[in-house]
Design a protein around this ligand. Structure first.
Ligand code: PLP
Length: 395
């Protein structure tokens, strides 16, 4: 059975160019980059090259990039660095819709004496900026707001927030794991202090990420050990994966136009066709400020997991929310924060595309999904009790 993979916000396929570029680092160039001998030294050179490529993708200087093991490590490093290097400040601001990498860390820090304010979002998943600005205080150590949401795809106004925080000397971190490679990012123009990204969201392998730390930002390492990464992250470098992340960054820069034209078109097509062919479907998120590859739809009065299972039988891989929270039948914290009605939140499906998706695949989903929803609704007591005049196409 052919797999139609539209779950790219969960993880992506490793690009063939990335895989090819990585392979020699397992059995040919396997030296330790810290070794004095030439054999190891040549590897150090490749890491330097990769650092330059990652930096170029986000408009940073190479020395502002620290390689990590994943987006989660980058997030943890950023927040811990900010609070440890500002020990007198005990307040953190984040949003209600962050990935668990930030959300659960903030909950942990709250239990350990920090005050945490969570900025709410509106029905379209847009940040309440007044709330954010109201909560800023001299005690605020860090504001961490994601660049784009992994479930709704909504893009937050990072460049608008940065100058306000700069004026008050507050560290600004953004989790850009979903934004990097999908929309243009210029860290210098944005004026942020730290930014997290993850390899496996941009066609590099799992197990590698990066943290941008603006030159001059106070920093303390999370992993304390050897002198690697200029003393900012101990541990022998994952050379092959770092080289892979470098190549993936180069490719992402090259493909960003395609993301914003062909992929956006395919995403819009899936969305438009499903909301016009199927009654009672809601689009989650601000369609004017959204990642080009992401679409979150709520099919009222059906279970998202049932839809996923029926799509799975046809080889269609999507998600009923963040991959990290699936496995639970509760609507995700993101959809709850957006106030998606209970009857809709349970039937939410996220489609997330990549440059490897084709129009044929999208047409296949558009053909297969309406009968799946119709079948599930026949079995739904809620749907069957719904007055006929409330069954309608919303588009
Ligand atoms: N932040 C966001 C917005 C994400 O979507 C993810 C992964 O889904 C992460 C952080 C965690 O990244 P990683 O899986 O590399 O730890």
């Amino acid at each position: 059975m052919k797999v139609v993979y539209v779950d790219n916000n969960a993880t992506t396929k490793v690009a063939p160019e990335v895989l090819k570029g990585m392979l020699p680092f397992f059995d040919e160039f396997y030296g330790n980059p810290s070794s004095i001998h030439t054999f190891g030294g040549q590897v150090e050179h490749k890491i330097k090259e990769a650092r330059g490529k990652v930096a170029a993708l986000i408009g940073a200087e190479p020395q502002e990039i620290i390689f990590t093991s994943c987006g989660t490590e980058s997030d943890s490093t950023a927040i811990r660095a900010a609070i440890l290097s500002n020990p007198d400040k005990k307040h953190i601001i984040t949003s209600k819709v962050e990935h668990p990498a930030i959300k659960n860390l903030c909950e942990y820090l709250f239990k350990n004496g920090y005050r945490v304010d969570y900025v709410p979002v509106d029905r379209k998943g847009r940040l309440d900026m007044d709330y954010l600005y109201d909560k800023l205080s001299d005690d605020t150590a860090i504001v961490s707001i994601m660049w784009a949401n992994n479930e709704s795809g909504v893009i937050f106004p990072i460049e608008e927030i940065a100058p306000v925080l700069k004026d008050r000397g507050i560290v600004f971190h953004t989790d850009a794991v979903q934004a990097v490679g999908k929309i243009p990012i210029e860290v210098k123009r944005a004026g942020i202090d730290m930014l997290s990204l993850s390899g496996h969201k941009i066609h590099a392998p799992k197990g590698v990420g990066a943290l941008y730390v603006r030159k001059g930002t106070k920093f303390l390492p999370f992993l304390i050990g050897g002198h690697q990464e200029a003393g900012r992250r101990g541990g022998t470098e994952n050379t092959a994966a770092i080289v892979g992340l470098g190549i993936a960054s180069e490719l992402a820069a090259r493909h960003i136009n395609e993301e914003n034209t062909r992929i956006r078109h395919l995403r819009d097509k899936i969305e438009k066709e499903l909301v016009t062919q199927i009654p009672n479907v809601l689009i989650n998120g601000d369609t004017a400020h959204r990642l080009p590859n992401t679409c979150s739809l709520s099919f009222e009065y059906v279970e998202g997991e049932a839809i996923l299972l029926m799509m799975d039988e046809l080889g269609i891989c999507a998600s009923s929310g963040s991959a990290c929270t699936s496995g639970s039948l509760e609507p995700s914290h993101v959809l709850r924060a957006m106030g998606v009605p209970f009857t809709a939140a349970h039937g939410s499906i996220r489609f997330s595309l990549s440059i490897y998706n084709t129009e044929t695949e999208i047409d296949f989903i558009i053909e297969k999904l309406p009968p799946i929803i119709a079948r599930l609704r026949q079995l739904s007591p809620f749907w069957n009790k719904l007055p006929e005049n409330q069954k309608k196409v919303y588009a």
